[in-house]
Write a protein that binds this ligand. Structure first.
Ligand SMILES: Nc1ncnc2c1ncn2[C@@H]1O[C@H](COP(=O)(O)OP(=O)(O)OP(=O)(O)O)[C@@H](O)[C@H]1O
Ligand SMILES: [Mg+2]
Length: 161
């Protein structure tokens, strides 16, 4: 199992630093889970994430950042993971609020996460910008992936930064 988070990405490699999915210390106001099994589901997910960002009080540019990240992660689960799900949680409204995305699949997993996060690196026909791009659009980002079992990506964007 490989676990990746923002601190790790920035080179803060402390052997005993907790490696964990991000943002789990905040209880959500509400959660909704959507299937990501078709092109239509990808559209549905975009609309649902947009609505959640509105509910959380994000301005238009941030709404679009979060929708874009969700779209890339959902597409990865669909294309590379053979389908999965996306859970949207609203972590309060306004200045102290945020949105957490959790995208799961039971696909092949990611053997080399550093490569997968590198812009331009792809095993498919895409540009290879999705995963790294999604990470840059969000404030917190974690990937929990096991080869042969699947991948879970957790990402949070806060409204006060
Ligand atoms: N959920 C996943 N399951 C398995 N492999 C994945 C998953 N997500 C990403 N990958 C791997 O990481 C690589 C990079 O992903 P990334 O989203 O950056 O690019 P891409 O999907 O290939 O192209 P695009 O720019 O269209 O997103 C993929 O080519 C794939 O090998
Ligand atoms: Mg992609």
């Amino acid at each position: 199992m490989t676990l990746y988070d923002e601190a790790f990405a920035r080179g803060a490699r402390h052997a005993d630093a907790p490696l964990r999915p991000v943002g789990l210390d905040v209880a959500p106001d509400g959660a909704q889970t959507h299937a990501v099994m078709s092109e239509q589901d990808l559209l549905t997910v975009r609309h649902a994430v947009r609505s959640a960002t509105v509910a959380a009080g994000f301005a238009l540019v941030d709404q679009t950042r979060i929708v874009t990240a969700a779209s890339e992660l959902a597409r990865n689960a669909y294309v590379h993971g053979g389908g999965g799900s996306l859970t949207i949680e609203v972590l309060g409204h306004g200045a102290r609020g945020g949105v957490r995305l959790t995208v799961r699949d039971n696909g092949p997993g990611i053997p080399d996460l550093d490569k997968a996060l590198t812009d331009g690196w792809t095993t498919g026909t895409g540009l290879g910008h999705g995963l790294g791009g999604a990470r840059r659009l969000m404030h917190e980002f974690g990937v929990d992936t096991t080869v042969g079992e699947g991948t879970t990506v957790t990402a949070v964007r806060w409204n006060n930064r």
